[in-house]
Write a protein that binds this ligand. Structure first.
Ligand code: TRP
Length: 326
């Protein structure tokens, strides 16, 4: 089970860090992937753009290979059992634990004018998403590990307090390979949704934008190819590895070792590789996004699958708590 926040455009880092793993998992596991529209409300006060964001994130994930026939793919707000479990979990959620969560402190700093209780209980809602499906594996990045620890605490506290082993412990999941790092084009960290847009390749970028961004990518000039490779150049090689064939990479590596690498040539090859990779995803996503009837069918089908298990979980939880009176 995993959740995707419907904020911002998806980029190459999302693809190689998350979406590609979802697509692999859907063949081997019973999967629940959800658009976290309720979580978006913790920071979003102007909700006019929500509909477009939700449709886009659905379309982009499907264009990347997420198959709504294999996995349950749904919107959080279409599964009202989430809200019910959220209420029950609030009784095992400790204030102190929530107040010291680093993501809460970050958000207080970023949104000082809107420190609402939903922000504080963000991890409770996320635990509700996970525990509602009684999920054991949660494909998420490092930044979500604290939230998963909280979800495990709630599962254990609930089971211990009310009895009846309702919830298994959920753990962060990846395929055991080093997580793919997708560096930004300006030499500053990873590609990100919110920071420098020129340094990030979005799945919605048109061909010329992709080319322009790559041709402008930062490259330090190399004085000595036997010294450690400057990070900006190592980054270009990392990006090239994502989209180029092995012999192409080896040729540029050979040129580099001889001190004869022409960055312009390498960037051109990289740009064309990225265009070839991104263009079909962009086009597919655009056509899905405009297909009102198909998206509706995906959302209804996904919610039905998610609710099947959710209704059962709520019954088990209520039984354990002692909320069944007849
Ligand atoms: N908090 C997650 C994020 O910021 C999104 C999310 C919401 C999630 N519910 C979830 C992730 C349940 C995994 C499981 O990316």
């Amino acid at each position: 089970m995993s959740g995707i926040r419907p904020t911002g455009f998806l980029h190459l880092g999302n693809y190689f860090g998350a979406m590609r793993n979802y697509v692999r998992m859907q063949n081997d596991y019973t999967c629940y992937f959800m658009v976290a529209d309720l979580h978006a409300l913790t920071t979003l006060t102007d909700t006019k753009g929500l509909k477009a964001s939700v449709r886009r994130v659905l379309a982009e994930n499907i264009a990347c290979g997420l198959d709504p026939e294999k996995a349950a793919f749904y919107c959080q707000s279409h599964v009202p059992e989430t809200a019910e479990l959220y209420l029950y979990l609030n009784m095992v959620a400790l204030m102190g634990e929530l107040e010291k969560t680093p993501t809460f402190k970050d958000k207080v700093r970023l949104h000082p004018g809107n420190v609402n209780a939903g922000l504080l209980t963000y991890p409770v809602l996320m635990a509700a998403d996970i525990l509602l499906q009684r999920a054991k594996l949660v494909p998420v990045g490092k930044d979500q590990e604290q939230h998963l620890e909280i979800a495990r605490n709630y599962a254990n506290r609930f089971n211990h307090r009310y009895g009846g082993e309702v919830f298994p412990e959920p753990y962060a999941f990846n395929f055991g390979e080093a997580l793919v790092k997708v560096p930004s084009l300006d030499g500053n960290g990873k590609m990100s949704k919110s920071e420098n847009q020129m340094a990030t390749l979005y799945l919605a970028d048109d061909d010329d934008t992709i080319r322009k961004k790559i041709m402008k990518a930062k490259t330090d000039s190399v004085v000595d190819p036997t010294a450690p490779m400057p990070e900006t150049i190592a980054n270009l090689f990392l990006l090239l590895r994502l989209v180029a064939a092995e012999d192409v990479i080896q040729q540029f590596e050979g040129d580099y070792a001889k001190g004869a690498l022409r960055f312009g040539d390498m960037k051109k090859v990289l740009a064309e590789g990225m265009v070839t990779f991104i263009a079909p995803i962009r086009e597919k996503a655009a056509s899905i996004e405009n297909d009102e009837a198909y998206l509706r069918q995906v959302m209804e089908h996904g919610a039905a699958k998610a609710r099947e298990r959710a209704v059962e979980t709520i019954r088990l939880a209520k039984e354990a708590i002692g909320l069944i009176y007849y």
